[in-house]
Design a protein around this ligand. Structure first.
Ligand code: THU
Length: 164
C-alpha cells in the first residue's frame, strides 16, 4: 500500500476524511490556545462509528500544555478503551482566521499515535494539511515515524540487527 497520498483540495478527499476534517475544524474553534493563538482540532473515527474530538490545551507554564492529537487519543482511550481507531484528522486555524493553516503533527504526537496503532494491531489513517497546503493522507502512524522506538524494543532478547 502507498504510504502517503497527497490531495490538492479538501473537496477531493474521500468522504470519511472530509467529514473528519470538518469535525476537527469545528473542534478547533474551541481550542484553548491563549498563548500561541494557534487553534488545533483533532477528530478520530472509531470502529463503533463514534467520532471523538480534541483540541490543544495550553498552560501559563508552557510545557504543561498538550497538542490536540494527544488530547483526543488519551480521551478516546479513556472513554472507549476497547475500540479501534479507523482514522484521525487534524485541522488548525489561527484565532479569528477562517481558513485552515498547515499543521503536521509533532514528533511526540506521532510517537503516541504509534503506540495506539501497536496496541490495536491495525493501522489507522492520518489526515493533515501539509506545508504546501496539500492534504496528506498517511496510511498508518508507522509511516509517519520511520526507525521508531516501540514496545518491541523493550522485549527481552529483541535483536533484529543480527548484532549483539
Ligand atoms: N499543536 C497541536 O495541537 N498539534 C499540532 O499538530 C501542532 C501543534 C499545538 C501545540 C500548541 O498549543 C500550539 O499548537 C502551538 O504549537
Amino acid at each position: 500500500m502507498k504510504e502517503f497520498t497527497l490531495i490538492d483540495h479538501l473537496e477531493d478527499l474521500d468522504a470519511e476524511s472530509k467529514y473528519l476534517v470538518h469535525k476537527a475544524k469545528e473542534a478547533a474553534l474551541h481550542a484553548y490556545a491563549p498563548y500561541s493563538k494557534f487553534m488545533v482540532g483533532a477528530a478520530a473515527l472509531l470502529d463503533n462509528g463514534k467520532v471523538v474530538t480534541g483540541t490543544n490545551q495550553e498552560n501559563a507554564a508552557y510545557p504543561s500544555g498538550m497538542c490536540a492529537e494527544r488530547v483526543v487519543l488519551y480521551a478516546l482511550s479513556a472513554q472507549y478503551p476497547e475500540q479501534k481507531i479507523v482514522r484521525l484528522a487534524v485541522a488548525a486555524r489561527r484565532k479569528n482566521g477562517k481558513d485552515l493553516v498547515p499543521a503536521t503533527s509533532c514528533g511526540p504526537c506521532r510517537q503516541v499515535m504509534l503506540e495506539f496503532e501497536g496496541k490495536q494491531a491495525d493501522p489507522f489513517k492520518v489526515v493533515m494539511l501539509g506545508p504546501d497546503n496539500r492534504w496528506v493522507v498517511a496510511s498508518s502512524a508507522e509511516s509517519l515515524l520511520p526507525f521508531s522506538f516501540s514496545k518491541s524494543n523493550l522485549e527481552h532478547g529483541h535483536n533484529t540487527s543480527g548484532h549483539e
